[in-house]
Design a protein around this ligand. Structure first.
Ligand code: BTN
Length: 276
């Protein structure tokens, strides 16, 4: 690990109440999400952070592998036991991936003075290139509270040649964007400092402010997109808004089986491609 990447450095810059107050740092693990899940099942507290210099089986959304370069990437997973609105309506859960992406983007912006944009639901972009992404996994419930892991992968100090051929034209790193190397310890602290208030706002049911800020940061809105849906024909159209539910609203280019006249379709889960 680089010298900035120690629990002492990270803790010294934390302003959070609970996120990152327990930190586990490893040289190499299979996946920090898997370690955080195991710790969660064993009773680890809300906000526990697991990070590693390298992952042997890092995973991305939709079962894709996640590429890391030892010591140059940020691989972190945060265990959440949100004590949010009680009751059976758990629709607020859909906002966690979106609010988390917003908090991570804000943490990056405060570290390098450049703000990534968001590709719905939670990819982080500079221009058309991806600098990071989030993988949120639900582990069911523990007592009354849902148990979740928010995994964050960021290309921090990767040079262009560190990316495999298939990612070289579509991925970027913080160092390529800001022209200097970025210390991962202070970066992680900045991310946790911005993430906590965004997640806490969900528990105070302040979804409107998250929604407004997410819209502002979202590069997907107002663009033509193709949405790859699980086991369904991809949907092409204009991304028009983010619904109250956190769904992406699409006005299809052409009638579809589920939407025979071109009206708005709500997409709750899918992979978005920005079209030209
Ligand atoms: C994506 O864009 O597909 C999400 C990538 C998420 C990668 C991170 S790295 C830390 C955590 N551990 C994992 O195995 N995945 C996430």
């Amino acid at each position: 690990m680089d010298r900035s990447y120690s629990a002492a450095v990270i803790s010294a810059s934390l302003t959070t109440q609970r996120l990152g107050r327990t930190i586990h740092l490893f040289d190499r693990v299979d996946s920090t999400n898997s370690i955080a899940a195991r710790l969660g099942q064993e009773g680890a507290p809300h906000g526990t952070v697991v990070s590693a210099d390298d992952q042997t089986s890092g995973r991305g959304r939709r079962g894709r592998p996640w590429h890391t370069v030892p010591g140059q990437s940020l691989c972190v997973s945060i265990l959440l036991r949100p004590d949010c609105p009680a009751g059976t309506d758990r629709s607020w859960l859909a906002w966690i991936p979106l609010a988390a992406a917003l908090g991570v983007a804000e943490g990056i912006a405060s570290s390098i003075s450049r703000s990534p944009q968001l590709k719905w639901p939670n990819d982080l972009l500079f221009g058309s290139k991806k600098v990071g992404g989030l993988l949120c996994e639900s582990l069911g419930t523990s007592g009354q509270a849902p148990l979740l892991v928010v995994g964050i992968g960021i290309n921090v100090n990767l040079a262009a040649q560190d990316f495999p051929d298939d990612l070289r034209t579509t991925a970027t790193s913080l160092t390529l964007e800001c022209g200097r190397s970025v210390d991962r310890g202070p970066l992680l602290a900045a991310i946790l400092n911005r993430l906590e208030p965004r997640l806490d706002a969900i528990c105070r049911s302040e979804l409107d402010s998250i929604r407004q800020d997410y819209r502002r940061a979202c590069a997907t809105l107002g663009r033509r997109v193709r949405v790859e849906l699980q086991e369904r024909v991809p949907l092409e159209g204009m991304a028009s808004d983010i619904a109250d539910s956190g769904a992406l609203l699409i006005v299809p280019d052409a009638p579809t089986a589920t939407s025979p006249t071109p009206r708005v379709v709500e997409v709750l889960a899918g992979d978005v491609v920005h079209l030209r």
